[in-house]
Design a protein around this ligand. Structure first.
Ligand code: G6P
Length: 374
């Protein structure tokens, strides 16, 4: 077992640190630019016979559980932007509980690392019965979801052993960003945006390599938070998913209560919790929501919140004018890919908190890597 972990103490730690490589593998052979090919394009072989049908669908429905659901949520805005098709989100168990409507004109996208999660599989059966085109995005070749969907994309992140998903999450987002490029029309009006995203994908492994250098910073922060009962994480836009996923990591491995909150909802309840003791993490990297996040920070500050702010490199003074909060600076890239970079410090924080609190990193109590019963 130690051989498989290489120089790392735990699988989760190894899987966090191998993300530059897993992301590279996910993209290998799927992005084209320069050379004989004039335009920058994306090739997803597993979808090529179905792209026309997907483009004609009335709605795209993302279906998943846990981290896989969060990855789909992170990709939703770019898929909506590039395809112009409404994208709705379904937690597999909730879709089944409600027997929510699924139509023949829908494309149902099943996101699952293992491809074996019972709720996702039942939701797949349900969507097939209702005549939707079903697409699988999994990390496991030959898994039930891969076999039973009409078409799909393997994320090729390599085996993930730690129960808490890390590298599969970032690779899932990248696959869904590529899916958005593949579905979205290649029109003159969006050409610059598409090229910027493809350039961003090429840069991504290096940006992740850079953000991994925050390991010690996140360990120091974990040391500070070791005895806390709770951690709030605020995000919005592309990084609402980052807030949910960061909080999920802290909760599932460090066994600390943590809540990911949509910053736009702050005044509708969560603000009542904020005081000088409760650690409050705000994701405020540069994108179209930046000024709104600045005002969230000001309001939290006015309530004497104990702030930890994640911002783009060089933005410390803009997000924390008085220098009164802890700032985590991360490298910036194209907005829709920023969640891939932003989750890494939160993965590291969850990892170090778990080790410092003395809990089982790779097999958190009561949890399983793959939930195969309902
Ligand atoms: C379990 C795992 C999570 C995972 C979820 C969905 O709860 O502990 O890490 O996100 O199942 O699994 P899937 O294999 O469908 O992505």
């Amino acid at each position: 077992e130690q051989i498989n972990k290489g120089n790392y103490k735990h699988y989760m730690q190894k899987e966090i640190h191998e993300q530059p490589e897993s992301l590279t593998t996910t993209m290998r052979g799927r992005l084209l630019r320069g050379g004989s090919c004039k335009a920058k394009t994306v090739l997803l072989g597993g979808l090529k016979d179905h792209l026309k049908t997907i483009r004609r669908s009335r709605r795209i429905v993302f279906i998943g559980c846990g981290t896989s659901y969060n990855a789909a949520l992170a990709a939703r805005p770019i898929l909506e932007e590039l395809s112009g098709i409404p994208v709705t989100m379904e937690i597999a168990s909730d879709l089944l509980d409600r027997q929510g409507p699924i139509y023949r004109e829908d494309t149902a996208v099943f996101v699952s690392q293992s491809g074996e999660t019972a709720d996702s599989l039942s939701a797949l059966e349900y969507a097939l019965e209702n005549g939707a085109l079903c697409v699988g995005i999994t990390n496991t070749v030959g898994s039930a979801i891969a076999r039973n969907t009409h078409c799909g994309v393997h994320i090729n992140a390599g085996a993930e052993i730690g129960v808490a998903s890390t590298k599969a999450y970032t690779s899932q987002i990248v696959v869904m960003a590529m899916l958005a490029l593949a579905i979205g029309g290649d029109t003159i009006s969006n050409q610059a945006r598409r090229e910027a995203i493809i350039d961003g994908l090429f840069e991504l492994p290096n940006k992740v390599r850079e953000v991994l250098k925050l390991d010690q910073t996140m360990k120091d922060l974990a040391q500070e938070l070791i005895a806390e009962q709770s951690l709030l994480v605020f995000g919005r836009g592309y990084n609402y998913a980052t807030a949910l996923e960061g909080a999920l990591k802290v909760k599932e491995v460090a066994l600390m209560h943590s809540e990911g909150i949509l910053a736009g909802e702050m005044k509708h309840g969560p603000l009542a919790l904020v005081d000088e003791n409760l650690p409050t993490f705000v994701i405020a990297t540069r994108d179209a929501c930046f000024s709104k996040q600045q005002s969230v920070i000001q309001q939290l500050h006015a309530r004497r919140g104990r702030l930890i702010v994640m911002c783009s490199k060089g933005d410390a003074a803009s997000v924390c004018p008085g220098g009164s909060c802890r700032v985590i600076e991360v490298p910036q890239l194209e907005d829709c890919l920023q969640p891939v970079v932003n989750i890494v410090p939160l993965q590291l924080l969850a990892y170090h908190l778990t080790v410092l609190r003395g809990f089982n990193v790779d097999q958190p109590r009561n949890l399983a890597k793959s939930v195969t019963t309902q």
